[in-house]
Design a protein around this ligand. Structure first.
Ligand code: KG4
Ligand code: ZN
Length: 330
């Protein structure tokens, strides 16, 4: 049995998963307190992780009807993410593992998102193309096996897709996190009402959302207040359409380039209904993990841990976290 922790951003997560990928518990405590700031405040996130992590772990073990003594492996997200937030998870994992002299697997958060597809009851087998789109990252990867060495084909040059949702939502006066709120508002709008850019001129498989966000800003500024209010749903629907098309066009290119006919999508943005529909229409075999496995969670970290060599006690006691870009070295 694997006990996994994930604290890379603002969700305090713990899960118990077995080596066949069956989830015995998957506890996610969303902090909620960042809404009023319109984004995650790292120091507040880390303080809350510290307050919550003990009870979240206890809850995960209780719901799985097991104890720490029954675990054979501890896994934890090592990066990328907010350093002060990651440190809480890594320190806790070290302490828990050391207490029972268990091995510890340090997991890359993005490998975790990909590995959500490997969980039971219907594991999606490589090779496949993977789109991970969340608040912190947007990437396209060729996944050849279940290990951490997936091939990065493209990533965002500026904002992440979820960030584009969050920033657009903010411009439309919606609460944080913006993705779900914007999706809800867009249901009453016309996606063809406004034409927003999809970075179509950008060749290759990289993404860019900064121009889109600016386009919405100018649109909103160009309308008077009453008209913005009247056309909020149209703005939301058109803006959402541009994000979805921007993601879909890279996925189409990626499928063509790799000649793969299998696609997995993950990350918080994969919870988006119109994105799921668009991907389902591509005519390839599609894997979309359930919503709670698309957003940040610890079950995906446990899943990845099954395919990563673990460090034995006491070698992991000096393990450090990384904020970004150290995947290759990790
Ligand atoms: O993977 P995740 O939970 O955390 C990160 O690692 O970032 O992703 C959170 C992001 C947020 O930007 C949020 O607005 C977006 O995913 N998101 C959505 C939806 N649900 C969450 N975006 C669009 N539509 C949704 N339904
Ligand atoms: Zn994530």
């Amino acid at each position: 049995m694997i006990l996994a922790l994930e604290t890379s951003c603002d969700d305090t997560c713990a899960a118990v998963v077995d080596f066949d990928g069956n989830i015995h518990s998957n506890v996610i405590s969303s902090q909620g307190i960042h809404d009023r700031y319109g984004g995650v405040v790292p120091e507040i996130a880390s303080r809350h992780h510290l307050e919550l992590v003990g009870s979240v772990v206890a809850d995960a073990l209780a719901r799985a009807q097991t104890t720490l003594a029954q675990m054979t492996l501890v896994a934890v997200t090592r990066g990328p993410g907010l350093v002060s937030a990651l440190l809480v998870g890594v320190s806790t994992a070290k302490a828990l593992a050391a207490a029972y002299r268990l091995p510890l697997a340090a997991i890359d958060h993005l490998h975790g998102h990909v590995a959500a597809s490997f969980l039971a009851p219907e594991p999606f087998e490589p090779p496949f193309l993977s789109l991970v789109a969340s608040g912190g990252h947007t990437l396209l990867a060729r996944v050849r096996d279940r290990g951490p060495g997936f091939e990065l084909l493209g990533q965002t040059l500026d904002d992440a897709a979820g960030e584009a949702f969050d920033k657009g939502a903010r411009l439309l006066g919606l609460p944080y996190p913006g993705g779900p709120a914007l999706e809800r508002l867009a249901r009453d709008g016309d996606p063809d009402a406004f034409l927003f850019p999809t970075a179509a001129k950008l060749k290759g498989l990289d993404f860019s959302f900064a121009g889109l966000k600016t386009a919405l800003l100018y649109r909103v500024r160009g309308l008077d207040v009453a008209e913005v209010q009247r056309r909020r749903a149209d703005l939301a629907a058109s803006y959402q359409r541009a994000i979805v098309e921007s993601l879909a066009s890279r996925v189409e290119r990626g499928l063509e380039q790799t000649r793969l006919h299998r696609l997995a999508i993950g990350g918080g943005v994969a919870a988006n209904g119109p994105l799921r529909e668009r991907m389902a229409g591509l005519g390839v075999e599609l894997d979309v993990p359930p919503r709670e496995l698309c957003t940040d969670n610890a079950a995906m970290i446990a899943s990845a841990a099954r395919f990563v060599p673990a460090a034995v006690y006491p070698h992991y006691l000096s393990l450090d976290v990384y904020a970004s870009g150290e995947r290759a070295a990790a």
